[in-house]
Structure formats: structure tokens, C-alpha cells
Design a binder for this molecule. Structure first.
Ligand SMILES: Nc1ncnc2c1ncn2[C@@H]1O[C@H](COP(=O)(O)OP(=O)(O)O)[C@@H](O)[C@H]1O
Ligand SMILES: [Mg+2]
Length: 290
């Protein structure tokens, strides 16, 4: 980072500002100095091998992880300030994880409305209207009374997106939102995210879906070993990477013969993955024994 940068910039368009972010867990330094500004309406896809610090970066942005060093500003308010109103700043950011974390005892609608009544103190009627509107947005207007267990993984993830949208966030953070889904359910979730991006939402998306990143991202960031190795347009980073480490990573995730293992957390991606299934079918034992 050059020393003449004013921190924060003061520009409302610079929605997320990250300066010299470091994070260690004990002796393990996971983030080694990240500088990043995400602009209003920008879609930034973060790619990189498992363990490179992508989730930690995202979790530092809303202070689910406390940085070891560095400063983070959300709409020019410093969330890393010890006196920050962290709860308020978090309401500006919708977060969607790999695991949906829905309340199993609440319907889709109740999952979306509970924070509206309990945190934002809206009336039950208003909360319901907002929740319904967002369930419609993700294509689940007709499933508002369903409990999570009656919904597919893809539908549950769309409820999780509707829940985040119901808080009317300024920006959305996604951490591998499709990684836990069966391949045939990935498309519907990506399509909701594509619509959000087209609607102008500011988004930071950790993903292994290279085809999605290529199509939707304004900027792709390749992380490895706790640093940003390379960034640029999808065409630059995915289409014509400069760095050897980026090339090695992409060769692996775009390789149609690459089979996902729990070790590398890399589901098949890219156009070839759609033409030729590369994940062996998972045998699901029938719990009723037949
Ligand atoms: N809460 C934690 N405690 C200790 N180590 C952690 C914790 N969270 C993440 N790590 C470690 O930090 C490194 C980066 O993790 P993570 O940010 O999840 O990477 P990625 O999302 O790129 O796979 C990994 O080595 C991981 O084991
Ligand atoms: Mg991760």
C-alpha cells in the first residue's frame, strides 16, 4: 500500500476498505497484509486454494474474526475501531455461508422475518411483507410456509439469501454458497446471485465456480498463502493469468478429470464440468433399511 493513501478515502462509493489486514491463529499467520477496496455495485470474486485465507478474509470484514493488525471500513465507518457499533455495521452486510444455518423449527418465512421483528423491531405484518417479497425474489414465494427440512439444499440456500436480503443490506458477502450443494442444485442459487449482481448489489463472493466468476465478476482476486497474488478482470485473471501460482491453481480447478476430494475442497467447475459429470455418484444409504 502506498503511504499517501488517505484512510479511509471518505468516498461513499468505497463501500469496503481493507488496509494492511493481518490475521494469525496462534503461530499461524493466515492473512499477511491484505489491501482491498470494494466499490459500490462491484462484484468481487475471490478464488484460491483451500487454506489460502479466503474465508478468514470475509469473516474479518464483518468482524466474525478479529484482525491481528490492520483496519477495515464499511461505508467509511471503521469496524475495527474498538468503539465501533459492530452490531449496526453488521446489519449493513448480508452474509451467506456454505452451510445455510436456518432455524429448523421455523418456516422459510419465519427464518426471513425473525431478525426483522427481534433486531430491527419491525411490526409482525411489515416483517412478513418484507420476508415474502424477498422469498419471491429468490423464486420461493410459494414455499414460504415450508420448514427447511422439506426444502432441497438449493432452496435452503436461497432462503438464506432471502433472509440476508430481508435486512436490506448495503452489500453481501458470500462464502462458497454453492459448495455444499448437489451439482444439479447449484444453478438456481447462482442464478439468484446473478440477478442480485445485475440489480447493482455490492458483492464479495468466495467461490470455486469459475464459470460464474468469469461471467458475473467485475474483478477476480486470486489469493494464495494469505496474500492477494493477482487481481484484475475475469478475462485477465482467469483467461490470461500472469502469475505461475494462479496458472497452477486454475489448471487444477478447470481440469475436467479433477475429482473433488475433501482434502482440496474444490468441486468441479467450468463448462466442461457440465458436459461430463466428474463427481462419482454418492451412495446415500436408506435410513429405513430398504
Ligand atoms: N478459527 C481458527 N483457528 C485456527 N486456525 C484457523 C481458524 N480458522 C481458519 N484457520 C486456518 O487458517 C487457514 C486459512 O483458513 P481459511 O480462511 O478457512 O481458508 P480458505 O477459506 O481459503 O480455505 C487454514 O490453515 C485454517 O486451518
Ligand atoms: Mg473457506
Amino acid at each position: 500500500m502506498s503511504v499517501d493513501v488517505t484512510i479511509p478515502t471518505g468516498n461513499r462509493e468505497d463501500e469496503i476498505q481493507i488496509y494492511d489486514l493481518h490475521k494469525s491463529f496462534g503461530d499461524l499467520e493466515v492473512l499477511k497484509g491484505i489491501d482491498l477496496v470494494v466499490h459500490r455495485g462491484e462484484v468481487v470474486c475471490v478464488i484460491g486454494p483451500s487454506g489460502s485465507g479466503k474465508s478468514t478474509l470475509l469473516r474479518c470484514v464483518n468482524l466474525l474474526e478479529q484482525p491481528t493488525k490492520g483496519r477495515i471500513f464499511i461505508l467509511n465507518d471503521e469496524i475495527t475501531d474498538p468503539d465501533a457499533d459492530v452490531d449496526h455495521l453488521r446489519t449493513l452486510m448480508g452474509m451467506v455461508f456454505q452451510s445455510f444455518n436456518l432455524f429448523p423449527h421455523l418456516t422459510a418465512l419465519e427464518n426471513c422475518s425473525i431478525a426483522l421483528t427481534q433486531v430491527l423491531k419491525k411490526s409482525a405484518a411489515e416483517a412478513k411483507a418484507i420476508a415474502l417479497e424477498n422469498l419471491h425474489k429468490v423464486g420461493l414465494g410459494d414455499r414460504s410456509d415450508s420448514y427447511p427440512l422439506k426444502l432441497s439444499g438449493g432452496q435452503q440456500q436461497r432462503v438464506a439469501i432471502a433472509r440476508a436480503l430481508s435486512m436490506d443490506p448495503e452489500l453481501m458477502l458470500f462464502d462458497e454458497p454453492t459448495s455444499a450443494l448437489d451439482p444439479e442444485l447449484v444453478g438456481d442459487v447462482l442464478s439468484v446471485m446473478r440477478d442480485l449482481a445485475a440489480g447493482g448489489m455490492t458483492m464479495m463472493v468466495v467461490t470455486h465456480e469459475m464459470a460464474f466468476a468469469r461471467e458475473v465478476a467485475d474483478r477476480v482476486i486470486f489469493m494464495d498463502g494469505g496474500v492477494i497474488v493477482e487481481q484484475g478482470t475475469p478475462e485477465e485473471v482467469i483467461g490470461n493469468p500472469k502469475e505461475e501460482r494462479t496458472r497452477t491453481f486454475l489448471a487444477r480447478v478447470l481440469d475436467p478429470t479433477h475429482v473433488h476430494t475433501p482434502d482440496d475442497e474444490m468441486p468441479p467447475t467450468g463448462a466442461s464440468a457440465h458436459e461430463k459429470p466428474v463427481v462419482p455418484p454418492v451412495h446415500r444409504p436408506n435410513i429405513f433399511g430398504h
